[in-house]
Design a protein around this ligand. Structure first.
Ligand SMILES: *Cc1c(COP(=O)(O)O)cnc(C)c1O
Length: 389
């Protein structure tokens, strides 16, 4: 089918919730994708940080297809060896004690919110359910995770939203103001992704972590975008030296298959008991097999170091571009502010010229696969510099 045919079919039958580029991708390899017309792209998006190992990594494909051919799904009424292996690996690599498997970032965050509220009310009484999140955050598209999202633009149309959320600036004065006697948790992204690639200040993070510990307020870190090697550590909070109570993961975890995870510390391991939470597809064996392949790779000697090195390389090359005002982010999660023109416009033109990039607020956003090689980075940078000139 031609691109026009695909577009027509899509517009006639899918709800118009997405602003799409005029591109239909049909196959890919590594950091290269090919569209319906046979045109090739360098991909600096990896499907919004999802395809951690790039397109169709051989070992990942083998793990996923073998599992699909063996057993594609069972309900969570039965034990699953793949699920068990993945959970154990996640716990061993992080020091967390228990995992709940979901299918997306929003769902992983829903689990974190439920866990925090149950902990709060079990421990301190039924009103102890208030949660503080940060302004300019993004936590998902369900009604509760929209309520958790600290951006007014997201608080439209779907009222009534889940109550019990307040929003603070990332500084202690604002946090102290937002917290009340019934606050059970503070939830945050270490680098606000959709908010414009905004890393939290290390001083603030450390002060906040101590503040939470003193008052028995749970620290929930949303690592849906920053996790699984993206910032050169398995999770971004490790760059900051803190130990959150709960961490959520999704995007990059499955390497391209839908999976989310909510991890909690030892003292929270029994908060969600039988019947309090669940998911039909959560921990699906095929998705878990994909995630195991991703985690195996990320744990290989030198892999994270290489992500850091490539991140530094990309950051440096972006910083010296005449048309770029500033670059921020950690590892392979970078944002660039242009001196002139809008990021949206630049991203459109990049796609025309064979480079896929994301935007976040007024920035160009780069989330290339963790396995991208230097020639692919250079090829992408070349197209970018020609495009924004
Ligand atoms: C993408 C994202 C989400 C939502 O994940 P979905 O899989 O789309 O539900 C939540 N939090 C953060 C930080 C994200 O980047």
């Amino acid at each position: 089918m031609t691109f026009e045919g695909i577009k027509e079919q899509t517009e006639q039958s899918i709800m118009h919730t997405y602003g799409r580029f005029p591109v239909a991708l049909v196959c890919g390899h590594g950091a290269k994708a090919v569209d319906s017309e046979g045109k090739e792209y360098i991909d600096f998006t990896s499907g919004i940080g999802v395809n951690s190992l790039g397109y169709c990594d051989e070992i990942w494909v083998k793990a996923v297809t073998e599992q699909a051919a063996k057993l594609q799904h069972t309900s969570n009424l039965y034990y699953s060896p793949v699920q068990g292996r993945l959970a154990e690996m996640l716990c061993k690599r992080t020091g967390f004690s228990r995992v709940f498997f979901a299918n997306s970032g929003a769902e992983a965050n829903e689990c974190a919110v439920k866990l925090a509220r149950k902990y709060g009310t079990d421990t301190y009484g039924e009103n102890h359910n208030h949660i503080v999140t940060l302004k300019n955050s993004f936590h998902g598209r369900t009604v509760t995770t929209l309520a958790a999202t600290g951006q007014e633009g997201f608080h439209q149309y779907f009222t009534p939203f889940t109550p019990g959320f307040s929003y603070a600036d990332p500084e202690m004065g604002s946090i102290r103001e937002a917290v009340n006697g019934d606050t059970c948790a503070i939830m945050m992204e270490m680098i606000q992704g959709e908010g414009g690639v905004v890393p939290l200040d290390p001083g603030f993070v450390n002060e906040l972590s101590a503040f939470c510990r003193e008052r028995d307020i749970l620290l929930l870190v949303d690592e849906v975008q920053t996790g699984i090697g993206r910032t050169g550590e398995l999770f971004c909070y490790q760059n900051y030296g803190i130990h959150p109570d709960v961490v959520t993961s999704a995007k990059g975890l499955g390497g391209g298959l839908p999976i989310g995870a909510c991890l909690c510390s030892e003292r929270l391991k029994d908060v969600l008991g039988p019947g309090t939470h669940g998911s039909t597809f959560g921990g699906n064996p095929v998705a878990c097999a994909g995630a195991l392949a991703v985690l195996d790779r990320v744990a290989q000697e030198g892999f994270l170091e290489e992500v850091r090195r490539k991140g530094e390389y990309l950051k440096k090359k972006l910083s010296v571009m005449e048309e770029i005002e500033s670059v921020r982010g950690i590892g392979l999660m970078l944002g660039a502010k242009l001196k002139k023109g809008t990021a949206k416009e630049a991203a459109q033109k990049c796609a025309e010229n064979g480079l896929l990039v994301l935007t976040a607020k007024e920035l160009l956003r780069f989330l290339p696969p963790l396995t991208i090689d230097y020639p692919e980075i250079d090829a992408g940078l070349y197209i970018l510099s020609k495009t924004i000139q």
